[in-house]
Write a protein that binds this ligand. Structure first.
Ligand code: SAM
Length: 328
């Protein structure tokens, strides 16, 4: 676990309270990305305000979209990983953030050694990607870092589902609660602006994700955020705030729970930066070379997404053994 302060959230609300996060799911990027971060213009990195590091693995040559990209830290990290044959678009409705991002493109491309820019920053609303002229199935991966809660979530999820290719992934981080907010807190516009009033109860959010077509949403990691404002704490009625990182896959034929078909998956160690292990989600950490029993949904996710070439999948769906129970 990594310990860090949380200055990217309103200090008067959250203070510098310490938060704990699993490696790679906090705002500090995992070790595999730190060297790249040093090559991104400081103006971009200093203005980062996300709450996680949803930087996808295995995106070389892929098309990636960042919703609510701000000044573009995550766009530039993805651009380095996607390489000259990949493409990354950042979308935001704040023109000043976009201006910072755009004036940093040249320096970042030079630092990555890309002959031509493989990024674009576009003005647009994350709840209406059609208006931003983003077509159906145009992206392999959509990411977002603390922006989904700022717009009507079902609309955003439906739009993400539309622009993802089959097998695509929505990998993102945002702030959620462990119970529904009191109505007067949710209606307080000042708290909405502070990213507190808009925070969804995590189970309500998971229901919306399923409704939008992401049948088996996965939690990658989470860490607790502590309120520093004691008056506010008293108004919250015991609500806890957590920064979550999720993976939602647009994969056909997923079931509403894991079923056991006697399958196993062996990670080949071939994802750049993940030679020894690959973390799919909080329940699936694959060590290189070790065959691990998996449920039918996980087998389909691994077999039909960009991860397929990095796994040996053992077994098929011809025989059912009941509900899948992960081994301890
Ligand atoms: C907390 S900041 C995070 C920025 C960036 N992802 C980062 O990690 O630094 C939220 C961003 O979402 C953008 N945003 C909020 N609502 C939006 C919407 N409906 N459409 C587009 N952008 C939006 C804001 O302008 C802001 O740049």
């Amino acid at each position: 676990m990594t310990t860090h302060a949380s200055p990217w959230l309103p200090r008067e609300r959250f203070g510098n309270a310490l938060a704990l996060s699993a490696p790679g799911t906090g705002p500090e990027p995992p070790a595999r990305l730190r060297e790249l971060l040093e090559r991104i213009p400081p103006e971009v990195v200093e203005r980062f305000t996300g709450c996680g590091s949803p930087i996808p693995e295995a995106i070389e040559g892929r098309r990636v979209l960042d919703l609510g990209c701000g000044t573009g830290r995550d766009v530039f990290l993805c651009a380095a990983l996607a390489g000259p044959t990949g493409f990354v678009m950042g979308l935001d409705r704040d023109r000043e953030h976009l201006e910072v991002a755009r004036r940093s493109v040249e320096a970042a491309m030079r630092a990555f050694g890309h002959p031509e820019p493989n990024v674009a920053f576009r003005w647009g609303n994350i709840e209406n990607l059609e208006e931003a002229e983003l077509e159906d199935e145009g992206f392999d991966v959509v990411i977002s870092n603390r922006a989904v809660n700022l717009a009507p979530q079902l609309k955003v999820l439906r739009e993400v589902y539309r622009v993802l290719r089959p097998g695509g992934e929505f990998y993102f981080a945002d702030v959620y609660t462990n119970r529904r907010l009191p109505a007067e807190v949710a209606a307080d516009q000042e708290l909405v602006r502070d990213h507190l009033g808009g925070a969804a109860y995590v189970n309500d959010f998971l229901r919306l994700a399923r409704k939008a077509g992401f049948v088996d949403p996965r939690v990658v990691g989470r860490y607790r955020l502590h309120l520093a404002d004691l008056g506010l704490e008293a108004r919250m009625g015991g609500v806890e705030f957590w920064a979550y990182t999720f993976r939602l896959f647009k994969v056909a034929d997923l079931e509403d729970g894991e079923e056991d078909y006697g399958q196993a998956a062996r990670y080949l160690g071939s994802i750049p930066g993940c030679a020894h292990r690959f973390v799919l989600d909080a329940d699936h950490r694959f060590e290189t070379g070790r065959a691990v029993p998996v449920g039918g949904n996980t087998a389909r996710i691994l077999g039909r997404s960009r991860f397929s070439r990095h796994f040996d999948l053992i077994g098929d769906f011809s025989r059912h053994y009941g509900p899948f129970r992960p081994r301890p």
